[in-house]
Design a protein around this ligand. Structure first.
Ligand SMILES: NC(=O)c1ccc[n+]([C@@H]2O[C@H](COP(=O)([O-])OP(=O)(O)OC[C@H]3O[C@@H](n4cnc5c(N)ncnc54)[C@H](O)[C@@H]3O)[C@@H](O)[C@H]2O)c1
Length: 382
């Protein structure tokens, strides 16, 4: 007699029930066969309930989601009580290191929001700690989970596109001043950084992933043109990668909030790759030297590999892909697509960029000495 194997369910907790945690809870609500929500934690005791009502998850799906869930105001109490298998860390960026370290010490795999930490040495410590404990860190680098991106990476690794010449990345993620005044940590050097560390860090990571390389040098400039915040609202710079490719970067939150744009361009010998997200709508173009666009071919290949249901879920909410991936990594031992190393290297790129501003010189990467983002407090941006 054959029996159907039971899927192992992992217990998950979310620490920090603010703005981004809605994406997390929606993702978990769609993965209830694999993931059981066991705790919501926030120092504001109303936040867990606000999160649930703001998520618009209703009826039987909500009842199933919250059936074994408890709320906590202290994450250390939660770790001791619940022993979660997975913890999503969605607290302000300046707290990522402290909370992530405690979760790894408690034996949990983590989904850590970007940026990994505010210093290169702290990021490296988390990376090494996870490696030595055999735990997984999946980063909230949503761009890696956009449809077809993993196939483009695969083809780059296999040499399908030939040599990479250069690339360009634009993040025009406008926020009004209210976004910065809503939460005191936002836009401060201590707890957030500016457009580069908050909004652009995972776009830089995507360029490394798509080009299959790592940054080796950076030259950058930053300014604060419009927003009332301590850190920069605009950053322009150029990275050189280990494969020789150059990459131009524009990251800003000083544009209009109703016209968000993230665009990625890669000029390779055998194809030009363009991925863009504008006002929430994605577009892809992979053009051959003869001008043929292979985007539909890639989409068909992606659908065949991932299936319709996964593709729809991840297109609506890339955090679905991150949870799916972390579940697989934690239960089978694979590495998440946005792994701890990507978290460390992208933070290193941003800090190198800031250091180049501070020292008014080109900076070699990865950084060989500790760089704390708070060192930027001495730079005048106006
Ligand atoms: N991947 C993405 O697309 C994405 C998008 C937005 C934000 N983020 C990242 O997510 C993180 C959170 O951003 P946000 O905009 O949701 O912030 P937020 O201020 O809206 O929410 C943070 C929450 O953490 C809670 N908190 C603070 N200290 C805590 C503690 N010690 N224990 C438990 N809870 C605590 C706060 O009360 C708040 O509810 C940031 O690191 C940000 O960069 C990622």
């Amino acid at each position: 007699m054959s029996t159907t194997p039971q899927t192992k369910k992992l217990k998950a907790a979310i620490i920090g029930c603010g703005r981004v945690s809605v994406k997390h809870i929606k993702a978990i609500s769609r993965l209830q066969d694999q993931i059981e929500l066991c705790a919501l934690v926030d120092t504001n005791q109303d936040a867990p309930q606000n999160l649930l009502s703001g998520s618009k998850i209703k009826g039987s799906r909500l009842r199933a989601l919250t059936s074994s869930m408890k709320s906590y105001i202290n994450y250390k109490d939660m770790l001791e009580d619940v022993h979660p298998d997975i913890v999503a860390i969605t607290v302000p960026s300046g707290m990522h290191f402290e909370v992530a370290k405690a979760c790894l010490l408690a034996g949990a795999n983590i989904l850590l929001e970007k940026p990994m930490t505010m210093s290169n040495t702290e990021a490296l410590e988390l990376y090494n700690m996870a490696e030595s404990k055999g735990l997984k860190i999946a980063m909230g680098h949503i761009y890696r989970y956009f449809p077809i991106v993993s196939l483009l990476h695969e083809d780059m690794v296999n040499g399908v596109f030939g040599k990479v010449g250069h690339g360009s990345v634009i993040v025009r993620w406008g926020h009004e001043n209210e976004y910065y005044t809503q939460a005191a940590w936002r836009g401060t050097w201590k707890s957030d950084g500016g457009a580069l560390m908050n909004q652009t860090v995972h776009a830089l990571d995507l360029m490394c992933y798509l080009m299959n390389t790592e940054a080796s040098k950076v030259n950058g400039m930053i300014a604060n043109r419009f927003r009332e915040m301590e850190a920069e609202d605009t950053a322009l710079g150029i990275f050189t990668f280990a494969n020789g490719a150059l990459c131009q970067v524009e990251g800003t939150t000083a544009t209009f909030p109703n016209d968000h744009e993230a665009s990625f361009f890669i000029n390779a010998e055998k194809a030009c790759v363009r991925i863009a997200l504008r006002k929430g709508k994605p577009s892809y173009s992979i053009t051959t030297p003869k001008g043929k666009n292979l985007a539909f071919k890639y989409l068909r290949r992606y659908l065949k590999k991932q299936g319709l249901s996964y593709t729809i879920n991840v297109a609506k909410n890339p955090h679905y892909g991150i949870y799916h991936d972390l579940y697989t990594a934690a239960t089978t031992g694979t590495q998440p697509i946005a792994d701890a190393r990507s978290g460390y290297l992208s933070v290193d790129m941003v800090l190198g960029f800031y250091k180049s501003v501070l020292t008014k010189s080109e900076v070699a990467l990865p950084l060989t000495e500790e760089f704390q983002i708070e060192e930027m407090k001495s730079v005048s941006l106006k």
